[in-house]
Design a protein around this ligand. Structure first.
Ligand SMILES: Nc1ncnc2c1ncn2[C@@H]1O[C@H](COP(=O)(O)OP(=O)(O)OP(=O)(O)O)[C@@H](O)[C@H]1O
Length: 611
């Protein structure tokens, strides 16, 4: 659980002042007209509420004095207050809802942009960042509360002043009444801190519960859940996670509840004390009946005000915390671009190649390097195969080359330029990749391939380029099996959508990687694992032949990760990784000839199993 508690609930992840500015900016940007309307409505509402008790007192005093004109005027004002109060309440809640919805959508859009702008996978793989992201996801609708909260906070202050003046007009001692509410206000931030702490401590079991819910309800794991009869086990773990969430909330927030109850009790003592005092004054003939009613109504309002202010303060603080998470994630996104040097440009073509210079990489919170002191040269125009046991660091190396991670130490040089200084978007525009754990884009088949290179075609998919990419991927046969060709909707959960086999999905992923015809770097990280060895061999042969001419002009490097030596042996250079270190580098012939070498051993093992 420790991994989900990067800071105590009392300290937000980014400064509250910055968060407040950002939050107000978003709420204002989301809907200016409603923001102004909310300000007007809540201000008038505060004035109406504050003056109600005064009109009531005038009404009663007028009745006691038998002054008809005063009674009629005051009764009219009381009726107007009640009518306006109801109307403003309704209008206020509508405006608030609309404002909330718009601000919520704007925050979600900006958050998605922030994540999309983050070049590395750091946000998704660092528990601290993940916790912020998940909590913000739950809290993003609170941004809409920014303007109403601020307006209400100001209006509450106005209302407090009016109430204090009116109370003092009855008897100065009544000014003690608001003092009984002070503990409630003072402790509200502490109580709020306890609620936030509860949310954060419960973030890890909450994530577990969400994962289990997905496993139990989504199609991804449906086969295994049924086959291994895992439903009861998932349910048991789900219950356990929820028990942990409840216990955490109870443990932390229980203290908040007790505190809240105690401060309310303290206020009630003051409330009844004030009523008894003013009734006593009336019995002695020192104040009027109107004053007694004025005090009773005002005392009730003070409770509402204190309670309301505490609540608004709490909401404002919660909203501020949500905003500070937003600022924090934006900072993480900006930090991951901190090394970029705008003056550097990605070379048009590679002349010397890509050099890894003492590169090490350690995953966040990991205790060992996934890659350690890697020194490698990937010559321009070459095809390089990376081999090694499971967990050797092959995918990590591929992700580093794609710029999805930044080396913990060392540098990756692209024709002598440090990759960390290149604009990640520009570098990505010249990189193409297909991964083993590719995404299944449930778009039309044409879109699922075409998104591999939207640039230059006005973000629209060009059927001719898609067909050519599928041809390069050796996946043209797939088109014949799709009922509406490239227009076929993928994904059985969509109307008219169809599902594909694992191999067919994989062919689309390779097609996507083939959309860019002249990348400086093509990364193929076991993209053919779902295909048979022969198809993989043919595919690689076809790609190598098709790309040879292009590579001669662009100097592009192809990096292939595969466990199949029939494919690997075609590469110009083979890199053998073992537990994060490069242990051998050379051509197939060189490495096989090395007696006792790791490659020779692995090759012999696989060859034997085919004999
Ligand atoms: N996101 C991650 N967080 C922490 N550790 C990770 C992460 N991804 C991989 N690792 C660790 O880094 C090491 C290298 O993993 P990597 O995926 O690069 O291996 P690989 O050679 O590609 O393995 P495989 O052949 O099974 O795909 C492994 O010890 C793995 O446990």
């Amino acid at each position: 659980m420790a991994d989900s508690t990067p800071w105590s609930g009392a300290r937000p992840p980014a400064s509250r002042l910055r968060a407040a500015t950002v939050m107000l900016g978003i709420a204002w940007q989301a809907d200016r007209r409603r923001a102004v309307l909310a300000f007007g409505i809540f201000t008038v509402q505060a004035l109406v509420t504050a003056s109600f008790a005064w009109w009531l007192k005038l009404l009663l005093d007028g009745l006691a004095a038998g002054e008809t004109w005063r009674v009629v005027a005051a009764a009219g004002a009381v009726a107007a207050c009640v009518t306006a109060g109801t109307g403003l309440d309704y209008a206020g809640s509508r405006v608030r809802m609309a404002l909330n919805e718009r601000a919520h959508h704007l925050v979600e859009r900006q958050l998605a942009e922030t994540l999309g702008r983050t070049p590395t996978l750091e946000i998704h793989e660092t528990p601290e960042h993940l916790t912020q992201l998940e909590l913000l996801d739950q809290e993003s609708w609170e941004f809409g509360e920014a303007i109403p909260s601020l307006v209400q906070l100001t209006n509450t202050a106005v209302q407090v002043v009016v109430t204090v003046v009116l109370l003092a007009s009855v008897h100065p001692l009544l000014l003690l009444l608001p003092a009984f509410g002070a503990p409630m206000l003072l402790l509200s931030s502490r109580i709020n801190g306890l609620y936030e702490l509860g949310d954060e401590l419960a973030a890890a079991p909450q994530r577990r519960a969400n994962d289990l819910w997905d496993l139990a309800t989504l199609g991804d794991a449906a086969k295994e859940v049924r086959l291994f009869r895992l439903a009861p086990e998932i349910l048991r773990r789900f219950h356990e996670a929820h028990r942990e969430i409840r216990a955490t909330h109870l443990r932390v927030q229980g203290r908040g509840l007790a505190l809240g109850f105690a401060v309310r009790l303290a206020f009630l003592v003051g409330y009844f004390g004030a009523i008894l005092f003013v009734v006593d004054q009336a019995v002695r003939g020192r104040v009027s009946v109107g004053d007694v009613v004025l005090t009773a109504v005002l005392a009730g309002q003070v409770l509402n005000l204190v309670d309301g202010s505490g609540e608004i303060l709490q909401w404002t603080l919660r909203t501020l915390t949500a905003a500070s998470r937003f600022v924090y994630l934006n900072d993480v996104a900006s930090r991951s671009r901190a090394t970029v040097d705008a003056r550097r440009t990605v070379p048009e073509r590679l002349r010397s190649g890509i050099v890894l210079d003492h590169v090490s990489y350690r995953y966040p919170r990991s205790e060992a390097d996934a890659l350690h002191d890697v020194n490698l040269t990937l010559p321009a125009g070459s095809t390089v195969a990376i081999v090694g046991d499971n967990g050797a660091g092959k995918t990590t190396l591929v992700k580093l080359l794609a710029g999805l991670y930044q080396p913990t130490s060392g540098r990756i040089m692209v024709d002598g330029i440090d990759l960390a200084t290149l604009d990640p978007d520009r570098w990505r525009a010249r990189v193409s990749a297909a991964f083993q754990d590719f995404a299944r884009w449930e778009f039309t088949a044409g879109e699922a391939v075409g998104i591999g290179d939207l640039a230059g075609v006005d973000d629209r998919v060009d059927p001719e380029r898609v067909t050519a990419a599928l041809d390069r991927a050796g996946a043209s046969d797939l088109l014949d099996t799709l009922p509406r060709g490239l227009d076929t909707q993928l994904g059985p959960s969509w109307p008219g959508g169809i599902d594909l086999s694992g191999g067919q999905w994989q062919k689309l992923a390779i097609g996507r990687a083939m959309m860019r015809t002249a990348p400086l770097l093509l990364l193929l990280d076991e993209p053919t694992a779902a295909l048979d060895a022969e198809t993989e061999h043919l595919l690689f042969e076809r790609w190598t032949a098709a790309a040879a001419a292009v590579r001669r002009t662009t100097g592009g490097v192809t990096v292939l990760v595969s466990h199949r030596f029939s494919t690997v042996r075609m590469a110009d250079l083979i890199v053998v990784l073992d537990r994060g270190r490069v242990v051998e580098v050379g051509s197939h012939a060189d490495l096989v000839a090395r007696r006792g070498g790791r490659y020779a051993e692995l090759f012999e093992l696989q060859a034997r199993s085919y004999r």
